[in-house]
Design a protein around this ligand. Structure first.
Ligand code: NAP
Length: 302
């Protein structure tokens, strides 16, 4: 078995051929990696095998086939269902790259599980949908030992042109993933709220979307400055105060309610800002809201 870092030479095993795992295996094959595949439902491997992949009959066969074992299944329960029955000795000297989504604690537990079997563990997060895998659109973030990341970077580049190494702590990838999906849902929900509002005036979502994109770009440009404020713990209200934001939030809630549009999302945002103002931060800048996100929700009043 070789792994000399020449693109396309290193054998790779892929466990899990759902939408994402199948795309990963296909990209590795396209890049010329000898690719062994396993899936609980074997038929999902058929087209990959026709394209040159080797079918493993069991997870153990897949683990034995390559120094780099990539796993991408629904969740950590599914991962352990696949890997627990494999002879622990089979993992010796292997690197398990886990692209299954989960929490930072699950990633760190699985790193310890792998270490107990003599395997290195890299935790990866995919920031793309399956059709983006193997293209310039895909980003994969990875944490774990730097030497392992470097060793397997050529195979990873077959999956995503944009690779980011996040450091030794295997839990960090999951935290980044959570942060980015949280951002994604906040943007999508804000956009949907706007589409619902404009829809009441007969404006199609398509017409509103270009304006929404400009708004997202404007807010994106604020982030570096606000990040500096968060890191310094100082929040000057020199662009717009939280109280001014709260007044706009009240308009959004009022407009939504009067038009019969769901107002829960803006009302939630306003309730967080109201709490920050009640704590004396109304004259500071928006980034002072970090304090509301740093602690659990206030107990519900009874
Ligand atoms: P999916 O299409 O639903 O595939 C799930 C995979 O997990 C299948 O291979 C399935 O096997 C396997 N599986 C589930 N339960 C199992 C069990 N108990 N034992 C063995 N195998 C089991 O999901 P996906 O979209 O590929 O997502 C896989 C992972 O990638 C998830 O953690 C997801 O969060 C992450 N991800 C996905 C995307 C995306 O756009 N799809 C993007 C980023 C990250 P069967 O085929 O036999 O059911």
């Amino acid at each position: 078995m070789t792994n000399d870092n020449r693109p396309g030479d290193a054998p790779v095993a892929v466990l899990g051929l759902g939408l994402m795992g199948h795309a990963l295996a296909a990209a590795l094959l396209r890049a010329g990696h000898p690719t062994t595949v396993f899936n609980r439902t074997p038929a999902k491997a058929d087209d990959l095998v026709a394209a040159g992949a080797r079918r493993a009959a069991t997870p153990a066969e897949a683990v034995a086939a390559a120094p780099l074992v990539i796993a991408c299944v629904t969740d950590y329960d599914a991962l352990r269902t696949l890997l627990d029955p494999v002879d622990p000795a089979a993992f010796g000297g292997r690197t398990l790259l886990n692209l299954t989504s989960g929490t930072s604690a699950q990633a760190r537990d699985t790193a310890a599980w792998a270490a107990g079997r003599g395997a290195a563990y890299l935790d990866g997060g995919i920031m793309a949908n399956p059709s983006g895998i193997g293209t310039a659109e895909a980003t994969i973030v990875v944490s774990g030992a730097r030497a392992e990341f470097d060793r397997h970077a050529p195979a990873l580049r077959a999956l995503a042109a944009d690779l980011a190494y996040l450091g030794d702590d295997q839990g960090r990838t999951a935290l980044y993933e959570m942060a980015v999906v949280g951002l994604m849902w906040s943007i999508l929900n804000g956009w949907l709220q706007g589409a619902a509002l404009l829809g009441t005036a007969g404006v199609p979502a398509d017409a509103y979307t270009a304006v929404a994109g400009k708004g997202i770009a404007t807010v994106t440009a604020w982030l570096p400055g606000y990040a500096k404020q968060i890191d310094a713990g100082v929040f000057p209200g020199d662009d717009a105060t939280l109280d001014i934001h709260r007044a706009s939030m009240a308009h959004l809630v009022q407009e939504s309610e009067s038009l019969g549009v769901n107002a829960e999302f803006p009302a939630l945002i306003k309730s967080l800002a109201d709490r920050a103002a009640a704590a004396g931060h109304g004259g500071e800048g928006y980034a002072v809201m970090i304090e509301e996100f740093r602690r659990p929700a206030a107990p519900t009043q009874t």
